[in-house]
Design a protein around this ligand. Structure first.
Ligand SMILES: [Zn+2]
Length: 330
């Protein structure tokens, strides 16, 4: 939590506390508020969409912000800093029936996630050019309820789009080394991935990779029906290990930062732990992995009041790829 004012002292008296909290748009009060790594009873004052003060929770003299709003959390509710989900597939436009900006960001807010980074594939167009990024921002404009940023995509022949997308504000780039599952986002070969890494290393960006070896996957048996063992046999562990080795090798040669997505086999972890930190640009980063969720078709969750959602107004995507409550998409 960012605190821009001194915390009112607990012994300063009820009047002083009330005066201090009158200046806030909203005050959240709870028994389980995460402050400095521990859950404590506290009140959090929010002004202009930002946390402005945190104070020990008052008793009978509970502060009532003048003209503002007070939210008393139930004993079984916790108040925590907003979470950041860097792996979200918002499929709008193109496959909005899978997930659109309105439902994705409302669901995020309901779960305490205040920032999402949108993956470059599944929407049509995929985010592989500055023009496509503009389409995604226009789709998000006025429909999002949390902060939204965008990943760019690396596809065959897309080297020339990397720096323009980086300059346009994407947080990094994603590629697949195997069929992505959607035809408009084809995989790249290992040599093209490495050429991209060289560009991204110079730019200070990073590449996140779905790492499975396409040839080993092609040689594996096709799954039959819905049997899980058949599916596992169709995605052999060695396919992932071989592709991860190629990512590590390319990162070491280029000095690029890389991140392995969708890791499914623990067999790759020893090599990642042994070689990946040295493969990264300084400062070394630990090996990290993420996974993605299947498309959801459920109704949007109803947003709930929380410090993680300081404004109920839909926000709009800014040119930088970040989102603010006021800026318009360009
Ligand atoms: Zn994913």
């Amino acid at each position: 939590m960012g605190v821009s004012e001194r915390m009112p002292r607990a012994d300063a008296g009820a009047r002083r506390r009330a005066d201090a909290f009158e200046a806030f748009d909203v005050v959240f009060a709870g028994e389980r508020v995460l402050v400095g790594g521990a859950f404590v009873a506290a009140e959090v004052g929010v002004r202009g969409g930002r946390i402005a003060a945190i104070a020990p929770r008052s008793g009978a003299d509970a502060a009532r912000p003048a003209g503002g709003h007070r939210v008393d959390l139930a004993r079984d509710e916790v108040l925590i800093p907003g979470l950041v989900d860097t792996h979200v597939h918002v499929n709008e436009p193109g496959r909005t029936e899978w997930e659109g900006f309105a439902s994705a960001t409302r669901a995020a807010a309901a779960g305490g996630v205040t920032t999402i980074l949108d993956m470059p594939l599944n929407s049509i167009p995929p985010t592989v050019s500055v023009d496509a990024l503009a389409v995604k921002r226009a789709a998000a404009d006025g429909r999002v309820f949390v902060d939204v940023g965008f990943w760019g995509g690396l596809v065959p022949g897309g080297q020339g789009d990397l720096l323009p997308l980086h300059e346009a504000g994407v947080f990094g780039f994603k590629c697949f080394l195997v069929d992505s599952g959607v035809p408009e986002f084809p995989p790249v070969a290992a040599d093209e991935m490495e050429r991209a890494m060289a560009v991204l290393a110079d730019a200070g960006s990073m590449l996140i990779v779905h790492a499975e070896d396409a040839a080993l996957i092609a040689a594996a048996p096709n799954p039959h029906g819905r049997d899980y063992a058949d599916f596992l046999a169709s995605r052999p562990r060695e396919a992932e290990q071989a592709a991860i080795r190629s990512v590590i090798d390319a990162a070491r040669r280029t000095g690029a930062s890389a991140h392995i997505l969708h890791l499914s086999s623990g067999d790759a972890l020893p090599e990642l732990a042994r070689r990946a930190p040295r493969a990264c640009r300084s400062p070394p980063r630990p090996a990290r992995t993420t996974s993605c969720s299947p498309p959801r078709t459920s109704r949007p969750a109803r947003p709930r009041p929380s410090a993680a959602r300081p404004s109920a107004r839909p926000r709009t995507a800014t040119r930088s790829g970040r989102v603010s409550p006021t800026a318009r998409s360009t």
